[in-house]
Design a protein around this ligand. Structure first.
Ligand SMILES: NC(=O)c1ccc[n+]([C@@H]2O[C@H](COP(=O)([O-])OP(=O)(O)OC[C@H]3O[C@@H](n4cnc5c(N)ncnc54)[C@H](OP(=O)(O)O)[C@@H]3O)[C@@H](O)[C@H]2O)c1
Length: 242
């Protein structure tokens, strides 16, 4: 699908990779960003007034369901990009571990994705061609040690994406995902390992949407997937220390 004159719903558009996606898409498409009302969302709107903004906290399923239903009942939609996520580094055995953080991380990273897919599908199914693009991580294939809940949500996202793809196989809606390695964004602030540039990654994501590729492994994730197939114990050992 050529990304031109499309109407696309995007989460995570206020920061990092999502912000780059919003800016690239807005040049020739109508973008509706689902974001909390913050300085960052106001800045984005001031910078690119053509971007539509729907205020929603993705950690609140009722809000997500309501915004999804509202958008599905509005002007025609061509695509959904689920990019928002939260990555905590919980020590679950710690006495001051915040139990509420588990649900919050899961609701943003997985429940909101499922709810948006379900509520927007009636609209997407009416188009000649439409797409759902889920932004995933190499950690959805092999986990690292210090973000157990995040890795679980990304593993879940990988399975959800494949299963929804099967459900929609005979329809006009393509269900896609991109699995990313470390990218230079606020999420990875302070990490010293080599990081990919967020704008380059956003370009690769949009290229994958246009090509209709089901699963796109970016950078080192290509190697990780192969290693996990041929020597899983080595892949897991490497990722434990990532
Ligand atoms: N960076 C990496 O190395 C990397 C690697 C693999 C995969 N990924 C994936 O790539 C995607 C983008 O990550 P990023 O690095 O660009 O992250 P980021 O810069 O931290 O941006 C996260 C985005 O999620 C939004 N968000 C978080 N909680 C929210 C909530 N409760 N309600 C609404 N929006 C919320 C943030 O909005 P606010 O402005 O309101 O905070 C922000 O727009 C994620 O799915 C991430 O898992 C990233």
């Amino acid at each position: 699908m050529k990304l031109s004159k499309r109407r696309i719903v995007l989460t995570g558009g206020t920061s990092g990779i999502g912000r780059e996606l919003a800016l690239l898409l807005a040049a020739d498409n109508q973008v509706v960003v689902l974001a909390r009302e913050t300085t960052r969302s106001m800045q984005l709107q001031a910078e690119v007034p053509d971007i539509g903004m729907e205020h929603v906290d993705l950690s609140v399923p009722e809000e997500v369901e309501a915004v999804g239903r509202r958008l599905a009942g509005g002007p025609a939609l061509d695509g959904l990009i689920n990019c928002a996520a939260l990555q905590n580094t919980p020590v679950l055995a710690s006495p001051d571990f915040d139990l509420a953080s588990i649900r919050r991380e899961m609701d943003i990273n997985l429940t909101a994705v499922c709810l948006l897919c379900a509520t927007l599908l009636p609209a997407l199914l009416t188009r000649q061609a439409a797409f759902i693009m889920n932004i995933n991580s190499g950690l959805g294939l092999v986990p690292k040690t210090d973000s157990a809940v995040y890795c679980a949500t990304k593993g879940g996202l990988n399975i959800f994406t494949q299963s929804l793809r099967n459900q929609l196989a005979d329809t006009n809606v393509r269900v896609q995902q991109v699995l990313l390695p470390l990218v230079d964004t606020p999420m990875t602030h302070g990490r010293t390992a080599t990081k990919l540039d967020a704008r380059d990654v956003a370009r690769q994501i949009l290229k994958a949407v246009e090509a209709g590729t089901e699963d796109t492994d970016v950078g080192k994730v290509r190697l990780l997937r192969i290693l996990n197939r041929v020597a899983p114990s080595i892949a897991h050992r490497i990722m434990q220390g990532a």
